[in-house]
Design a protein around this ligand. Structure first.
Ligand SMILES: NC(=O)c1ccc[n+]([C@@H]2O[C@H](COP(=O)([O-])OP(=O)(O)OC[C@H]3O[C@@H](n4cnc5c(N)ncnc54)[C@H](O)[C@@H]3O)[C@@H](O)[C@H]2O)c1
Ligand SMILES: [Fe+2]
Length: 386
């Protein structure tokens, strides 16, 4: 079966790529951008650099910086109102996955009206909105190249997955130098998020040869560099590899899918405000152990791509190495269990049925090589609690 591949029309990738911003807007003949970012980036010097370049090129801009981590329906509505007030022809999203996903949500709501929940999977997004130029500062969600946005419904706490061509940025500027300021915890969490994207894209039932190549390349880059990027934040080679790995992993899962880890991770994030990468990391080893028997050779390929198993080594042995590696990585990067994170056991237990039903409703578990029942998901949540 043919795979349908989506990607931004243009990408500028490499150290210093941010300086391409004015020229890139010119290529798409847009000149009145609304910049979407978060309060940290607004103060960090990164936003000032970007607007300095726009000023020099005579491009009029405005900033919406009231985004929040894990964007909510409220923030999307406020941002869309802002977009409607002005005469903007494009969006520039600068930041981690949260500002980029916010810009996507704003573009969708601007073009289609209604409520953002009208467009959650499996619903279609009829029209594309203003073009988005995405500039990631974490490595990362890969949102700069994906056809997804994840928005939390303020009324229900559900983390909704919204998917479609309308969510794919028109262009991406992938400049690893913007990640040099990431602290250890953020580097570790966002790095494990990217590794999870690559592994899930590769073992997904929607895997295809194009996404496979991107996924294996991403796994190799991330597994070989995540420890160095955490230990030496200004190591340029490690930061560059992590950024390239994150974007490649984004290309992989956007054109394959994520699977059970992401399906189960969103409810933990939504109910207990655990950062996205961290909730993935809490789940990744156990979910891999649960899923591997259904796709032993594919998981063994992951171990080989990560450089932790020999090419000639049998699949069973390679998968055992993969599980050791994922557990070891969590230990070294000090990933807490939900219990250690401070999630109260009684509240966790009480929410398990709704968490399982939201996980299943997102559609991601159906792409897993081993498709779990609601009871199995509850059991897995219990197993990772700690
Ligand atoms: N659309 C997609 O395809 C996709 C994929 C995966 C995750 N996501 C979503 O992305 C969001 C998570 O994004 P994220 O993990 O990039 O984090 P984030 O955007 O929420 O940012 C987390 C924190 O890191 C700070 N930060 C960002 N860049 C920094 C830098 N260079 N130096 C120091 N601090 C910096 C931010 O200001 C913020 O305080 C979640 O909502 C998740 O659901 C989306
Ligand atoms: Fe993710």
């Amino acid at each position: 079966m043919a795979a349908l591949i989506t990607a931004p029309r243009l990408m500028s990738i490499g150290g210093g790529a941010l300086t391409e911003l004015p020229a890139l807007l010119g290529r798409f003949a847009v000149s009145r951008p609304l910049i979407v970012t978060d309060p940290f980036i607004a103060k960090s010097g990164i936003l000032d650099r970007a607007i300095g370049m726009l000023d020099k090129a005579g491009i009029a801009w405005a900033v919406f910086s009231d985004t929040v981590p894990d964007p909510t329906t409220d923030v999307i509505e406020t941002g869309t109102a802002r977009l409607r007030e002005g005469d903007y022809d494009s969006l520039i999203a600068i930041g981690g996955g949260s500002p980029i996903d916010t810009a996507k949500g704003m573009s969708v709501l601007y073009a289609n009206g209604g409520r953002i929940s009208d467009y959650k999977v499996p619903n279609d997004i009829p029209k594309s909105g203003p073009p988005i130029i995405a500039i990631p500062t974490t490595a990362g969600t890969g949102s700069e190249v994906t056809r997804f946005t994840v928005i939390t419904d303020t009324a229900t706490d559900e983390k909704m997955l919204i998917a479609g061509l309308a969510c794919c940025p028109t262009a991406a500027i992938v400049d690893y130098e913007l990640t040099l300021t990431m602290p250890l915890r953020l580097t570790a969490d966002t790095g494990i998020d990217s590794l999870t994207h690559a592994i899930e894209a590769y073992v997904s039932r929607r895997a295809n040869p194009y996404a496979d190549g991107m996924a294996k390349s991403a796994m190799g880059l991330i597994a070989r560099n995540i420890r160095t990027a955490c230990a030496e934040p200004t190591n340029h080679a490690a930061r560059e590899a992590m950024m390239l790995g994150a974007t490649s992993a984004g290309m992989a899962f956007s054109n394959s899918s994520v699977a059970l880890v992401h399906g189960m991770s969103r409810p933990i994030g939504a109910f207990f405000h655990v950062p996205h990468g961290l909730s993935n990391a809490m789940l990744l080893p156990e979910i891999t152990a649960f899923s591997a028997p259904a796709a032993l050779d594919r998981y063994a390929d992951c171990a080989r791509a990560m450089g932790i198993a020999e090419e000639g080594e049998g699949s069973q042995a390679a998968v055992a190495r993969l599980l050791d590696e994922l557990r070891g990585l969590n230990e070294q990067l000090k990933v807490p269990t939900p219990r250690d994170y401070g999630i109260p056991k009684d509240r966790y237990e009480e929410l398990l049925p709704i968490m399982a039903s939201q996980a299943l409703a997102s559609g991601s578990p159906a792409n897993n090589p081993r498709e779990p029942s609601a009871d199995e998901i509850i059991e897995l949540y219990r197993r990772v609690y700690g």
